[in-house]
Design a protein around this ligand. Structure first.
Ligand code: NAD
Ligand code: ZN
Length: 245
């Protein structure tokens, strides 16, 4: 199946995108275990794990402090994000389900985004109900880490899903619902090994949707897919758009 038949499937409607770290790679954000850059200075098994956060929250907070300028203020949507925003604007994309916490789909202009793993826009106390916006946290991390709750002095955490934690049930439910109602799912930049998020394309396929995979490297779902492109998302997606508009 080629790109022309994929364009025809997109025109037929009922399209949902499912994205992972690979979609942001061309914005300069390394994928989870990607080599190079600041990522290698921090051990992902520590900064991304809930067990380690509970043991030593300062490790995550130092990672956050040292990388936030880049992640939150400097990374910009790339051609892949922009193409997905264009598709939604054209009425050809119902929603984006993402595993990313970088907010770049919204920055590109997508309105219907389900952030399965949360985002860096909101932070909360690990003990009481206090909630803090990013602006507050940016001031707090200039002080000794970790940032503490104003109400009860407990540690503050980001509203992201660490490894070892459950996904928010309402978001997972929404993602499964979108997937099961879709006719075509565009799976972009995910190794499809992190569950239960990786279940989303399975749900779509089992409900009769067709599956297109756009990922640099092979994935465990390639054999079940109707289209497979082992190329950069920032190349394939603009090419898809070219004759759709
Ligand atoms: P992943 O499981 O989403 O895998 C990344 C995949 O993207 C790899 O298979 C790689 O071949 C592919 N890829 C890399 N560059 C690409 C490109 N330019 N175009 C298309 N495909 C490309 O992510 P992971 O790295 O295994 O991380 C696991 C978890 O951590 C996921 O939940 C992930 O989304 C999250 N994470 C999020 C961010 C972010 O918010 N930007 C960054 C790192 C990790
Ligand atoms: Zn508190």
């Amino acid at each position: 199946m080629n790109i022309t038949s994929l364009r025809a499937a997109i025109r037929a409607g009922g399209v949902v995108a499912f994205t992972g770290a690979g979609v942001s790679e061309e914005s300069g954000i390394p994928t989870y275990r990607g080599t190079g850059g600041f990522w290698t200075s921090y051990d992902p098994d520590k900064y991304a794990s809930i067990d380690y956060f509970q043991q030593d929250p300062s490790y995550f907070w130092a990672f956050f402090r040292d990388t936030r300028r880049f992640l939150i203020h400097e990374a910009k949507p790339n051609a892949a994000h922009k193409s997905l925003a264009n598709l939604e604007e054209l009425g050809l994309l119902d929603a984006v389900i993402t595993q990313n916490i970088d907010g770049l789909h919204q920055a590109a202009g997508n309105k219907h985004v389900v952030e399965l793993h949360g985002s860096y826009q909101k932070f909360s106390c690990t003990k009481c109900d206090a909630v803090y916006p990013l602006a507050h946290i940016e001031r707090e991390i200039e002080k000794p880490l970790p940032p503490q709750c104003i109400e009860c002095d407990s540690v503050i955490r980001p509203d992201i899903v660490f490894f070892g934690e459950m996904l928010p049930p309402d978001k997972l439910e929404k993602a499964y619902q979108l997937a099961s109602q879709s006719k075509l799912i565009l799976m972009i930049g995910s190794s499809l090994v992190v569950y239960p998020a990786a279940q989303v394309p399975h749900v779509a396929k089992q409900s009769g949707a067709r599956l297109a995979i756009i990922n640099l490297e092979p994935t465990p779902l390639d054999d079940f897919a109707d289209w497979v492109f082992h190329e950069k998302a920032g190349i394939v997606l603009p090419e898809l758009l070219e004759y759709l508009t």
